[in-house]
Design a protein around this ligand. Structure first.
Ligand SMILES: Cc1ncc(COP(=O)(O)O)c(C=O)c1O
Length: 366
């Protein structure tokens, strides 16, 4: 089922094999990938710019929506500078290639960080040191053994289970090192109007950098490196991940800018997400499922052995509900459910999942 192609989609439903399913998968946290104003912005920019600029931004591929989006992203998140790149994976690579070019050759990384951070550190030819998951003391112990500057790497909100990294502790005493947070799952979700996890913790620091994708909360495409002007300039001037790649379509950049402005002008969208997170947490707990307490829309859990979980997944599919069972890297278990809720879900959708889970958990194995 997970790899069955989707034939059509809204923020809450997909059609597969001709059948509609209520879905709790993906990362379209604000439902903006299906927002009519966001889609209209993309359509207008398609008419003006065509589908693709077909060239790197450093050559002839920079369009006004790309530059405008960089300014908007920096202003919104509170970082001094922003560099737009094709996607979130590339953003991590561009950031680390830039840091390597200015002499940062050690990466100190959370054991369960997203694979793109580790890949980026490898590709930037950094020496990698791994600290225990969510353990800032261990990270600082490793930093203390290094005699040259390092970059500390972590997801701000962990992709697989929605847990929050201890950013305050990681940033305290960062000294001459850099803290780079991948905020793909906190940007648009946490902080004032979704300004991100650094904003949530009220953190600013010249040595703090952030990367994020624009595919999730903004529902568009692209990635961004944010930070102090000298750190972002290192990526702009030295990273082949930026210099030698073509940006996301100008239409998608225009869509992302519109999505960002909706976040600010229609606070009810973000408020609905927070409500849905609380209702989902309460529903899961009523089934005895342990969850985190954070205002993040990702809930990961196991329900017995893998065979039990497969049975439950299929029982839910029989009720036309997708609750993704996955083996995505660096999760809380080899196989686990990852439920994500978004702002377009209604209380009725959560109630449907509640009822289907009740049936599935009661049913005995055949
Ligand atoms: C934490 C994290 N970093 C990076 C990425 C890569 O982002 P993108 O899909 O835009 O390349 C993802 C998502 O897939 C992610 O979850």
């Amino acid at each position: 089922m997970p790899n069955t192609p989707t034939e059509s989609a809204s923020a809450t439903h997909v059609t597969r094999d001709g059948h509609p399913f209520l879905t709790f998968g993906g990362c379209n946290y604000l439902g903006l990938a299906h927002n009519p104003e966001v889609i209209a912005a993309a359509q207008a920019a398609l008419t003006t710019f065509g589908l693709s600029t077909s060239a790197s931004r450093q050559t002839t591929g920079n369009a006004q929506p790309h530059s405008d989006l960089e300014t908007t992203l920096a202003n919104f998140t509170g970082f001094d500078d922003a560099l737009l790149v094709p996607d979130g994976y590339t953003a991590n690579l561009a950031a680390l290639q830039g840091l390597a070019a200015i002499g940062i050759n050690h990466a100190v990384i959370d054991a369960r960080a997203h694979a793109s951070l580790k890949d980026a550190a490898n590709l930037a030819q950094m020496t990698i040191h791994t600290y225990d998951h969510l353990n800032p003391t261990h990270a600082h112990q490793i930093l203390a053994t290094l005699d040259t500057p390092a970059v500390v790497l972590t997801d701000a909100v962990f992709t697989t289970d929605g847990d929050l990294a201890p950013l305050q502790e990681l940033l305290s005493n960062i000294s001459h090192h850099i803290l780079l947070i991948d905020d793909c799952h906190g940007f648009t979700v946490l902080g004032n109007q979704g300004r991100g996890t650094a904003n949530h913790f009220n953190l600013t620091h010249p040595n703090l950098m952030m990367t994020t994708t624009l595919v999730k909360g903004l529902g568009s495409a692209g990635g961004v490196v944010l930070g102090s002007p000298n750190l972002v300039a290192a990526s702009r001037d030295h990273s082949t991940a930026y210099i030698c790649t073509t940006p996301a379509s100008p239409a998608l950049a225009a869509a992302a800018s519109t999505a960002l402005s909706l976040l600010q002008t229609q606070p009810s969208i973000h408020a609905q997400l927070l409500d849905n997170i609380n209702n989902t947490r309460a529903m899961l707990r009523s089934h005895g499922i342990q969850t985190h307490n954070h205002p993040t829309p990702i809930f990961a859990f196991t329900l017995g052995e893998e065979s039990d979980m497969l049975r439950i997944e299929h029982a839910l599919l029989d009720e036309h509900i997708i609750l993704p069972l996955m083996q995505y890297p660096n999760g809380p278990a080899p196989t686990y459910f990852r439920l994500s809720i978004n702002a377009s879900h209604t209380k009725a959708h959560i109630d449907l999942l509640d009822q289907a889970l009740t049936h599935a958990l009661k049913a005995q194995p055949a």
